[in-house]
Design a protein around this ligand. Structure first.
Ligand SMILES: *[C@@H]1O[C@H](CO)[C@@H](O)[C@H](O)[C@H]1NC(C)=O
Length: 407
């Protein structure tokens, strides 16, 4: 009896220890975030265990859990018709408002997040998001299921995003869905924001395309991997749900790099001090000049550690603008459309977004930069029960309102 009791106490303590992560007190609804993080971490640990046992790649395991729990069949409501289709050969879910006769509508191409490795536009959370956009904005929304790592690695995801974009902007497809060519936007969250920013750059610079995106809406986008020591990476390295080492893992998987490079990527000095990176590139992510003082806080570039190895030579994707849109030249940025950049204080990617907003502005682009002081990575999409958060709702409302006024 005594033994069972102490076993129970021990287990509860262990469970509490596993679940509990110290959080900044100003984050929106910390307990929900702690639970979400515990759930996410337990999936990742299960995936790692499966991989260690040789059962399957950890990402495959995670995705099979996600598809079993989260992927839903397309269902149409009286107001939005939903079908699974393809765009430029890439699978996509299409959300079309019902009725309205022959009038042309606005269009949004959406890329889901998940570290280029997880998730799907057919997941409940993304289905709900796109459904709501289609309904409230009376807009055709296409959610793209680009290929995922590790089966596909950079530049496959980028090429899928580009193929879907070119197809969506083609006269035939615009006509098929009744979309106004002057009012088509591209959007995405997290790694989907990375793809949205990258294709926006490419399409804007392509003189052979007559129809281009008129807006880009980037939700806590990931935009570079050269500096994993920006103030937001330093401040939030252990903040759920996107811990710094997890983001570094996603980068290596996406770039098809050897996972054993993880410690090198994490211990590499701030790009600002990286002797091997040319000053022209360094200036594009120089947070000591691009970030406002209130975001730099007391943080300093992390210096050279003894033994830190040169990773840019081994992983060329790190300096490729198609993978890291923040590295683009000003002339390229200046041709991209009006932008919405959403960032969260408790997110390692905060400074990626803030620096991009600043660089777009410097290049002459009209930018709405919206920052949530109580926001955390993923909050806008985790807006369903039980992870509903006030900041998630506010950010979603603001995003939809911005689209309504600007698209
Ligand atoms: C970054 O910006 C600071 C402040 O403007 C400047 O002193 C420094 O030389 C810059 N570093 C690089 C690598 O561009």
């Amino acid at each position: 009896m005594r033994l069972r009791w102490s076993g129970g106490v021990l287990l509860s303590v262990a469970a509490a220890y596993y679940v509990y992560t110290p959080l900044p007190s100003t984050v929106s609804e910390p307990w929900k975030l702690i639970l979400l993080d515990a759930l996410f971490r337990s999936f990742i640990h299960a995936g790692d265990a499966a991989q260690a046992l040789g059962v399957c790649h950890s990402v495959h395991m995670l995705n099979s859990v996600v598809s079993r729990l989260e992927v839903i069949e397309p269902w149409s409501s009286p107001t939005v018709s939903v079908t699974d289709s393809a765009l430029g050969g890439v699978p996509a879910r299409v959300f079309q408002p019902v009725g309205g006769g022959a009038k042309l509508r606005r269009g949004v191409l959406y890329f889901h997040g998940g570290g280029w490795a997880l998730g799907s536009g057919r997941m409940r959370s993304y289905d709900l998001l796109c459904r709501r956009m289609a309904e409230e904005l009376d807009t055709v929304v296409v959610s793209v299921d680009y290929r995922l790592a590790p089966d596909a690695v950079f530049p496959d995801q980028y090429h899928d995003a580009l193929a879907a974009s070119r197809a969506f902007l083609s006269p035939e497809v615009l006509q098929r869905y009744g979309v106004n060519p002057a009012r088509v936007g591209v959007s995405g969250d997290s790694s989907g924001g990375n793809l949205a920013a990258a294709v926006a750059q490419r399409i804007s610079a392509d003189d052979s395309m007559s129809v281009k995106f008129s807006i880009q809406a980037l939700i806590y986008p990931v935009l570079q991997a050269l500096d994993l020591n920006t103030p937001s990476y330093q401040q939030n390295h252990n903040v759920p749900i996107l811990h710094r080492h997890l983001m570094a893992r996603f980068w290596l998987i996406y770039l098809g790099a050897d996972p054993s490079l993880l410690p090198h990527l994490l211990s590499s000095p701030s790009s600002l001090l990286h002797p091997s990176i040319p000053p022209s590139i360094r200036s594009h992510l120089n947070w000591t000049s691009l970030l406002a003082a209130k975001h730099q806080k007391h943080y300093r570039p992390v210096g050279m550690e003894t033994g830190s190895r040169e990773v840019t030579g081994i992983v060329p994707g790190l300096v490729d603008v198609r993978a890291a849109p923040l590295l683009a030249e000003q002339g390229i940025l200046g041709r991209t459309p009006r932008a919405y950049v959403m960032t969260c204080e408790f997110d390692v990617l905060r400074d990626d977004g803030l620096m991009y907003a600043r660089r777009l502005q410097d290049a002459g682009v009209t930018v709405t930069s919206v920052h949530y002081d109580d926001g955390f990575h993923g909050c806008m999409v985790f807006s369903f029960w039980p992870f509903w958060s006030s900041v998630g709702q506010r950010s979603l409302d603001n995003y939809i309102q911005w689209l309504d006024h600007n698209l």
